[in-house]
Write a protein that binds this ligand. Sequence first.
Ligand SMILES: Nc1ncnc2c1ncn2[C@@H]1O[C@H](COP(=O)(O)OP(=O)(O)OP(=O)(O)O)[C@@H](O)[C@H]1O
Length: 671
Amino acid sequence: MEDWEDEQSPVVTSLTLGKAENAWNSNGQQNGKDNEESSWKPGAGFGTQGGNRDRGFGKVDGDFKGFRTGIDENANEGVDNGHSWNTGGEGFSGRGGRGRGGRGGGRGFRNSFKSDDENASDEGFKSGFSGRGGRGGRGGRGAFQQGGDEEGKGRFGGGYRGQNEEIFSKGSPKDNEEKEDGETAGPKVNYIPPPPPEEENSIFSHYATGINFDRYDDILVDVSGSNPPKAIMTFEEAQLCETLNKNVAKSGYVKPTPVQKYGIPIISAGRDLMACAQTGSGKTAAFLLPILQHLMNEGLASSKFSELQEPEVIIVAPTRELINQIYLEARKFAYGTCVRPVVVYGGTNVGFTIREVLKGCNVLCGTPGRLLDIINRGKVGLSKIRFLVLDEADRMLDMGFEADMRKLVNSPGMPSKEERQTLMFSATYPEDIQKLAADFLKVDYLFLAVGVVGGACNDIEQHIIQVTQYSKREKLLDLLKTTGTQRTMVFVETKRSADFIATFLCQEKMPTTSIHGDREQRERETALRDFRTGQCPVLVATSVAARGLDIEHVQHVVNFDLPKEIDEYVHRIGRTGRCGNTGRAVSFFDPEADTPLARSLVKVLSEAQQEVPSWLEEIALGAHGTTGFNPRGKVFASTDSRRGGSFTKNLAPQPAAQSTVTAAADDDDWE
Ligand SMILES: Nc1ncnc2c1ncn2[C@@H]1O[C@H](COP(=O)(O)OP(=O)(O)OP(=O)(O)O)[C@@H](O)[C@H]1O
């Protein structure tokens, strides 16, 4: 029997709040004993604090007033006095020492919650805190250095959804938030996701296009490369078969968006494509429809009765939730056809994944790790691949995933780039990534730019508010009081901040859930579902939710912590203002931390005709930005890195918002 075949039954892997203390004692206590410096004390809810004062939080000053916890104003929490800080016995707010160490006193909470980015955030907490025992880990200096038993996965990593949620999740083996993998190592994962909807109504449920949908027609479009095919103006011109046409209509699509008008004929003509279009402007259908039409025209090569499945299409995306969403879209458009899409992603039971694949698979959607895993297990052959799609292509080719993408295209059987069609889609394309992407594409690929490459969607009202690190929580609370039950995504930098802020909001009686890479997959999906349905109208998220997610009614995005990269900002705020709907994004700008982003932020705001606060311009003027800056630059900030783009629509560019900043930089310099 193969190793995956015994992975049958899902087991409950996390604990309810009521049970957690026991489990915690039995597993975690071991950790505590193992480590002289560790300091957790059971019995006070889940309040925990590892790390010592200097290495952990540093002294708290500014306007941080504790956290309705056992922490005192002088930050004498944690190790030194042996008290844990807790959240009133209701939730948890545990914390290991940061491992990296604070940057000295005086920065207080900032050290704790700002400076520990995703990579660093794990260092202090690699221990058996999950309620299942820890696997150990690197251990934090002054924190919990040893794991407990061999079963658990270490780290604290729980998310929080309020009163009754099963809180504690095992940690992830990865440090990098967005880098999802197939979990080829480590303990078996038993999670089997719920089956996708079968009812036609649910499959085709969609939200209405917004008042600005028709304004998509005014966006400048640039196609570069030789002999681009003519754009289509209607779906009829796409010459889709009857079933696909019906499915398009049932999805509520009346007319194509610009990326569809240009992208569909390019793909149908057999050309490779690198496409860049605003967030929420319909990139998914732009590649799915012509691919499905091709399969309908050409017929399917793979047999559902084969022991080796040989899909015609592979679609990769960087996060599990996004790839699942793409899969559901593929399933929707393929409804009533014999094309069978399948999705594979980490955090789920491998045996289940393989069984799904073996039921027949034409369009294989996956996160890179799990995809490579099942390919390596010999369950999927690549020789029949006709299309390779990289969604969020710039992310798929940056340092996090580039190696996996190279492994994929070099896997045995994978047709060479000359023999397959390769399609890349994103709202952002740093120029160096474009150059790298050319390795995967035929020489004569077409570059399609809808609007500003890397630009924010114009339907999003953007506000930047100057704050100090210590005033953020109060500001967030004030903000959320004005948004009521409207759906809001709050982005933070670290997994721990996500838990912390979610806990804080729950205590303030705001139904909140959280999503980040340390949550178990089941919890992540529950969180997303609760957010989608409005049961929890506030979702606190790390960058794992920044790209691609298409959730109805998200009216607000809050950047509690601004990201370090401007592209990340563009994707995050793009969770609102989709498909012609309007949205609002509020970002907290802490000059101490965010000054390097100032220039590119001014640029993005200007290009989207948003008001640029004068204080931000001043900061930008004095800042050594990490990204290019030319607020008066041309509308296409950057186009095809091969240059020579030809404008296919000659509308007068709209004037950028006035900006007094005159720093000289290359128009194209987004890095
Ligand atoms: N032609 C259309 N008419 C109506 N709705 C559409 C059309 N095309 C796409 N949509 C809808 O618009 C929403 C956004 O589409 P999609 O998720 O593909 O955007 P995207 O460009 O991939 O965004 P992101 O850059 O954030 O990944 C989806 O709900 C989709 O069903």
